[in-house]
Design a protein around this ligand. Structure first.
Ligand code: SF4
Length: 226
């Protein structure tokens, strides 16, 4: 919802909430100011910011996101996590890797399965899984945000790349999601020198688990048979 206010593609408003970048930013600004008042002092306030809508006409793009990030910094938030993608236009941009077509279709009725499989196959290969695929965007945003920390998410998988990004000052924190589903102790393992990359293979079968009403865990070898 917040992104729909921020995006020139989604927001067609021409009132105090839309029509210019400043007005489109107002909803997020009011949200941040309201949350700041409500949370205890010294509680960090982080914003996960979409930096690319991937919409047919220009919406949020990295340059506009950098402007929004600068305004967020001026509001005094503590960190910005650089992310991208929209649910309708680029769902597999947000979680690049394999598209688990069979697992996504598994809970559907027999007549919906083939239709869903055809639709889901359109998602395959749309976005390449490169390690740290938001890094180029992060480099555009970092100079605009002063002392606000930058958290980088997206395909970060090896200790060497993590150290390189942090040592180069390109990010202050690194975020991961699915690797923790497979290996909740991966950070400890890396710190102790017992792993130099995550075991998660980005197959995203865990992503299909809620739709199949089974617990979210690693299903790399496939869903359990009923
Ligand atoms: S099912 Fe396992 S290997 Fe596949 S994306 Fe999820 S955690 Fe990673």
């Amino acid at each position: 919802m917040i992104n729909q206010f921020l995006s020139p593609f989604f927001s067609l408003r021409d009132d105090q909430w839309g029509g210019s970048d400043e007005k489109r930013f107002r909803f997020l600004k009011e949200t941040v100011l309201t949350v700041k008042k409500a949370i205890p002092e010294n509680t960090p306030l982080l914003v996960k910011l979409n930096t690319n809508d991937h919409t047919p006409k220009e919406g949020v793009v990295p340059e506009l996101a950098a402007k929004y990030a600068q305004w967020l910094d001026e509001l005094g938030i503590d960190a910005i996590e650089v992310s991208s993608g929209t649910g309708f236009y680029s769902p597999m941009n947000m979680c690049r890797g394999d598209v688990p077509v069979a697992e996504f279709a598994a809970p559907l009725s027999w007549w919906m399965k083939p239709l869903a499989k055809m639709a889901l196959k359109c998602w395959v290969g749309n976005f390449e899984l490169e390690e740290a695929y938001h890094l180029d965007t992060a480099k555009k945003i970092k100079p605009s945000i002063g002392n606000t920390a930058l958290c980088l998410v997206g395909g970060i998988r090896s200790k060497a790349r993590m150290e390189e990004i942090l040592n180069n000052g390109q990010a202050d924190f690194l975020s991961m999601s699915r690797p923790f589903i497979r290996e909740p102790t991966i950070v400890k393992k890396m710190r102790e020198g017992k792993a130099d990359k995550v075991a998660c293979e980005s197959c995203y079968k865990c992503l299909a688990a809620p739709g199949a009403e089974i617990p979210v865990k690693c299903y790399n070898k496939g869903f359990p048979s009923k």
